[in-house]
Design a protein around this ligand. Structure first.
Ligand code: NAP
Length: 297
């Protein structure tokens, strides 16, 4: 990018906070907006502009990045008189990094083009630790040249960029990757519960996996402490994976294919959300497996 862009970052949650900090660290001029203003204080301290509304942010920046929860959150920051889209007049680019549905993403791409703005869907693979260390894998959808143009921005947040095709291909790929993460988490939780039920220490599962080069997956290490200590401090909140599983099932249904194991994982996550665990780490599904439905913890 010949002229360094001013980047407007919306959504300073678990992931967005770390990603925006890495943009600042890389030397980009960053402005921020977050619904809960308190979360912007550390960015003001770093010298970032804090915008009062998404529109004010988009007016001041040529690249806007969104990293919010879900489609409802996207609507809240994009639409209406104070929304990002109201400020686009041509030459802006919106990079969405939240995980949304492919349908929402395709419709958003059209809205941006109608408003004269470019659009890329760039959801991320990797959780809080990867966001903090700038080691996310970015799954990019959009015009290939446009992805290449913003590559210095993406590489400030991620170790790699996988180009998936025109939007919403990044989002479609993200759902496939998260399908595997959802099932790996369920598998770990089920194995731990089965081990305990048989009088086996669950730590032995992790020891056995780590000894076997074919099964020694980094993700198991990331979730080990959650499972063994039953510490469900969120890195990836359950409510977000539940949302993603529903996007996967809807995408499959539209194409008349079945995802029976994902459907079972969705049902398990829905049960955990109904138990009040939506804001806890995804690995919290362990509690609903270990205890009969309906019991209080
Ligand atoms: P998070 O910690 O829950 O943060 C969500 C962000 O969205 C916050 O900034 C929140 O603002 C904002 N938000 C929510 N509802 C809003 C609304 N109605 N209006 C305006 N802003 C709203 O989520 P996260 O873990 O960072 O995840 C963000 C996205 O990345 C999600 O789509 C998630 O699926 C995806 N993702 C997460 C992970 C992970 O491991 N955590 C990994 C890959 C992808 P407030 O501060 O005001 O609440």
């Amino acid at each position: 990018m010949s002229v360094p862009p001013r980047i407007g970052f919306i959504g300073l949650g678990i992931m967005g906070r770390a990603m925006a900090r890495n943009l600042v660290k890389a030397g980009f001029q960053v402005s921020v907006y977050n619904r809960t203003r308190q979360r912007t204080t550390e960015f003001a301290d770093l010298g970032c502009e804090v915008a009062a509304t998404p529109r004010a942010l988009a007016k001041a920046c040529n690249v806007v990045i969104t990293m919010v929860s879900d489609p409802a959150a996207m609507d809240a920051v994009l639409e209406g008189p104070e929304g990002v889209l109201s400020a686009f007049s041509g030459g802006n680019t919106l990079i969405n990094m939240s995980t949304l549905s492919p349908e929402y993403t395709a419709a958003l791409a059209k809205k941006c083009f109608t408003a004269g703005a470019g659009f890329l869907d760039c959801p991320v693979s990797g959780s809080k630790p990867a966001a903090e260390s700038g080691a996310l894998v970015i799954l990019a959808g959009g015009e290939k040249k446009a992805v290449e143009k913003v590559s210095p921005i993406l590489r400030a947040m991620g170790r790699g960029v996988i180009y998936a095709g025109p939007a919403p291909a990044g989002t479609a790929l993200k759902l496939c990757v998260n399908l595997i993460v959802a099932q790996l988490t369920t598998a770990l939780a089920e194995a731990a519960v089965l081990a305990e039920a048989q009088g086996i220490e669950p730590v032995l599962i992790f020891d056995a996996l780590a000894e076997n080069p074919a099964l020694n997956c980094g993700y198991f290490g990331l979730k080990k402490e959650n499972i063994l200590k039953k510490d469900f401090t969120p890195a990836f909140p359950l409510k977000h994976m539940l949302k993603d599983a529903r996007f996967m099932l809807a995408a499959a249904a539209r194409r008349k294919i079945e995802l029976p194991v994902t459907a079972a994982a969705e049902a398990l996550m829905a049960r955990a959300a109904a138990s009040g665990y939506g804001d806890k780490d995804l690995s919290v599904i362990l509690l609903n497996l270990a205890e009969p439905p309906g019991r209080e913890f």
